[in-house]
Write a protein that binds this ligand. Structure first.
Ligand SMILES: NC(=O)c1ccc[n+]([C@@H]2O[C@H](COP(=O)([O-])OP(=O)(O)OC[C@H]3O[C@@H](n4cnc5c(N)ncnc54)[C@H](OP(=O)(O)O)[C@@H]3O)[C@@H](O)[C@H]2O)c1
Length: 306
């Protein structure tokens, strides 16, 4: 297959492109991170520039498009809501229009944060209620994509893994600080179902191969709070667990409001795809194995500037 992946300067896109490269012809669009790799064909472009999406789709002729580019920084969205809307709602809308017209399959990446997190254990039938600008603009992006391209997949995720900057994911934050011997705080009252980006890649490719469409929750099959997640990383890597102090998110002073119970059900995915996404322990085991294999350096070497 010919796969066009946007956001390959970021956490998810970079890993998807590397995972896809052995079996597919991959084109990766990055904005500010010029890419040097033999694994896939890099395209450096700002997708908001007039005519750029059209040109890239025309030149690459993809069978599948996986759209990861976004403004994924929650506090930056709060600071500049207009930019967040451009990137998280209008950019996917336009891409969906173009992809639907050209006949390729589109997988658009969204977020667990569309829920307010009061209830937890959300299914695809639960009503979203975004609590910050990031979540609101991502939810509107979902609606826009499914309006323009009803055959598209919209996948709500929560991820961790090794990123091009070495500091994009929460797991890297914990890893880097444990490694440096820094004291940290971990929220005991914020729950999520993280999935390792490398595991997510395999699931995404199977969803596309199987011709699924519509909204799916694609997260890990187990929930955990952020403090326990940090402890699990410390234990797997052999770091000092005492470096992490438990605390409540209400004491954090973060600018944007966060949803506390972002746990999602994956029953629909299991039913339609016939596979169960990994739980916490196997995912952290693989995160550790990748580290031992020097994979973080491979991801970081994608960006010339890193
Ligand atoms: N990280 C998570 O835990 C998480 C959780 C739930 C959902 N998601 C979703 O997953 C997707 C990927 O997230 P991520 O963590 O990989 O984000 P990321 O690391 O911030 O990567 C996003 C990438 O999009 C690129 N981009 C932004 N605007 C662009 C434009 N106009 N043209 C071209 N590229 C552009 C950015 O380029 P620059 O490098 O130039 O900024 C960045 O490299 C997003 O849709 C996000 O909402 C992420």
């Amino acid at each position: 297959m010919r796969i066009l992946i946007t956001g390959t300067g970021g956490l998810l896109g970079s890993n998807l492109a590397l995972e896809a490269a052995s079996a597919h012809t991959v084109f990766g669009v990055a904005r500010s991170c010029p890419q040097k790799t033999e694994a896939f064909t890099p395209v450096v472009a700002d997708l908001l520039d007039p005519g750029v999406m059209e040109r890239i789709l025309d030149e690459t002729q993809p069978d599948w498009v996986i759209h990861c580019a976004a403004q994924a920084n929650v506090d930056a969205c709060e600071h500049d809501p207009e930019n967040a809307r451009e990137l998280n709602t209008e950019m996917p809308r336009k891409l969906a229009q173009l992809v639907a017209r050209g006949g390729a399959r589109l997988l658009h990446v969204s977020t667990d944060a569309v829920f307010d997190g009061h209830k937890g254990e959300y299914s695809e039938n639960d009503l979203p209620n975004p609590v910050n600008v990031y979540a609101k603009t991502k939810l509107d992006g979902e609606y826009a994509v499914l309006e323009e391209a009803p055959q598209a997949i919209v996948a709500r995720i929560n991820i961790f893994g090794w990123s091009p900057t070495g500091k994009r994911s929460l797991a890297e934050f914990f890893f880097n600080n444990f490694d440096a011997g820094n004291q940290m705080r971990g929220f005991t009252d914020v729950y999520f179902c993280p999935i390792l980006v490398n595991d997510l890649a395999g699931i995404f490719f199977q969803m596309l191969e199987k011709g699924l469409s519509g909204l799916y929750h694609v997260v890990g099959s187990e929930s955990i709070n952020k403090y326990d997640f940090a402890v699990a990383i410390a234990n797997r890597f052999g770091f000092d667990v005492d470096l992490i102090t438990p605390m409540s998110v209400t004491q954090s002073g973060l600018k944007a409001v966060r949803s506390p119970q972002l746990t999602l059900k994956v029953d629909k995915l299991i039913h339609d795809l016939g596979i169960v996404p990994p739980g916490i322990s196997p995912a952290i085991d693989r995160f550790y194995t990748l580290y031992q294999q020097g994979y973080p350096q491979t991801v970081q070497s994608l960006c010339i500037d890193s």
